[in-house]
Ligand binder design. Structure first.
Ligand code: BG6
Length: 485
């Protein structure tokens, strides 16, 4: 006891609750990280549901999406009985007063100390400020220790201006340490492993810089299209959907200086330094630094304008102006409806300074490449050259391969939301984005968005579904004398 919380989800009838949040809570409970009696869940939404129908919907979600099956773990009834649905309009103060009474009665009934609320905003983003203001005016934000905590799903604003406005509204009622801005990529085990890989090993850090690294590439490819999310995606496009958050977050972890300790402040301070050091790309430069693409058939998707210029694919070349990375190009790319789902980081090291083998072997020597494979087939792979066995001298590149599932008991790695929800409950904000990170990321992305909307934009390049993106993406990197790894 004492650790107990009430998890209040706004937008509870939506997909996120069913697919991610509640299945994650279920898995945490089953693995003993979160005893069922330590949590009560309140779903707040406009949809007309009652407790039973809400619980039934959530159970379907758990059955379909949870890492741990309901056959393996029989704790659903224990969780379910602590789930309550509260129907209300987000703009109606009465709904929040009723919520307050409901929370008080749950505290009393389930013996949960007062005010230990986690407000999870899973509504459409244009409702965030309404919900926050109403939480504030109904007195639900009264501080009790480090509670209440508020969790904000992405997108956090649509640009720098709206992100600052949202931060200001949040800071009216919450201190920064009470605010958890989700970037679910940070909850992935393989993303956290970037820190262990870099700072828990002695051999990589000495070569992790401009003296040894030729370029770094980051790919987040998805095979799915936009599905039913046209309303959101048409406005966001790939830059706001994937680059402003996930890709820039990956970049900070790959490039930051070693933090002095493992505290949230030290880590997030180092990330911020990188975000400040990224060289800005002016709107007029977008042609030289970016590629934008759209998959064939996107304009026929439901809810998409037949003339849409929204990019579903993007490439971004950037530089980090600091001592470690000066002059090293970073190529970031992401797209929907690509060949397969894969997220990986490839670090290509510089060529050997001198080839001492006879001339004919030159072409047999490949670069050393380190692949940090984020998903799927999570692992770390290193390419280096060996002598091919035999009487003759021949050189071949080979790959040394570490795959998580070969070594560890997890066949499926925990879902990012499991880790993030546990951290929110435990009050650890390390894996969440701080206000300055968000604002700096927008400061970098905004001019590129402006460039893409203006006359000097690179043309929209079309690509076939199931491909690796448009030809322009290959041409782009080829112009630098490189290719995608
Ligand atoms: C979300 C984006 O943040 O991340 C989606 O809005 C995208 O468009 C998703 O599909 C990808 O996440 P993951 O974990 O499947 O790589």
């Amino acid at each position: 006891m004492g650790e107990r919380v009430i998890f209040v989800i706004f937008g509870a009838s939506g997909d996120l609750t069913k697919r991610k949040l509640v299945p994650a809570i279920f898995s945490l409970t089953c693995e003993g990280f979160l005893p069922p009696e330590d949590i009560a869940i309140v779903g707040f939404a406009r949809t007309d549901l009652d407790n039973d129908s809400f619980r039934r919907e959530l159970f379907k979600g758990v059955e379909n999406y949870s890492r741990i099956s309901t056959a393996q773990c029989r704790l659903w009834p224990n969780i379910s009985e602590r789930i309550v649905y509260h129907r209300g309009d987000y703009g109606d103060i009465k709904a929040y007063e009723e919520l307050k009474n409901l929370l008080n009665s749950i505290e009393e009934k389930l013996d949960i100390p007062g005010g230990r609320y986690i407000f999870y905003l899973a509504t459409p983003p244009d409702l965030y400020s309404t919900v926050i203001e109403h939480l504030g005016s109904s007195g639900l934000t009264r501080k009790m220790g480090s509670f209440p905590r508020i969790v904000i799903e992405k997108p956090f604003g649509y640009n720098l201006k709206s992100a600052i406005e949202l931060n200001n509204i949040l800071h009216k009622y919450f201190r920064e340490e009470q605010i958890y801005r989700i970037d679910h990529y940070l909850g992935k085990d393989t993303v956290q492993d970037l820190l262990v890989f870099r700072f828990g090993n002695a051999i990589f850090e000495p070569v992790w810089n401009r003296n040894y690294v030729d370029n770094i590439q980051m790919t987040v490819a998805e095979s799915e299209g936009i599905g039913t999310r046209a309303g959101y995606y048409e406005k966001a496009g790939v830059l706001k959907d994937m680059f402003q958050n996930h890709l820039l977050q990956l970049l900070t972890l790959v490039t930051m200086e070693p933090p002095i300790d493992f505290s949230e402040k030290s880590i997030r301070d180092e990330k911020v330094k990188i975000l400040r050091a990224i060289r800005s790309i002016e709107p007029s430069q977008s042609y030289n630094y970016t590629v934008r693409g759209q998959y064939a058939g996107y304009r026929e998707e439901r809810g998409v304008s037949p003339h849409s210029n929204t990019a579903t694919f993007g490439v971004l070349k950037l530089y980090i102006d600091n001592w470690r990375w000066q002059g090293v190009p970073f190529y970031l790319r992401s797209g929907k409806r690509m060949k397969e789902k894969m997220t990986y980081i490839a670090v290509r090291f510089k060529d050997v300074p001198h080839i001492m083998f006879p001339y004919k072997f030159r072409d047999q020597i490949s670069s050393n490449i380190l692949y940090l494979w984020i998903q799927p087939n999570e692992g770390i792979r290193l390419q280096f050259n060996v002598k091919r066995p035999g009487m003759e001298m021949n050189i071949s590149p080979v790959i040394m391969d570490f795959t998580y599932s070969d070594v560890f008991e997890y066949k499926v790695l925990p879902d990012a939301y499991e880790r993030l929800i546990l951290d929110i409950i435990n009050g650890d904000p390390t894996l969440f984005t701080r206000n300055d990170e968000i604002e700096l990321a927008w400061r970098f992305i905004d001019p590129i968005v402006e460039g893409w909307e203006g006359k000097e934009s690179p043309p929209l390049a079309f690509y076939e579904g199931g491909s690796l993106g448009p030809k322009e993406s290959d041409d782009f990197i080829l112009r630098d004398g490189r290719n995608w790894l």
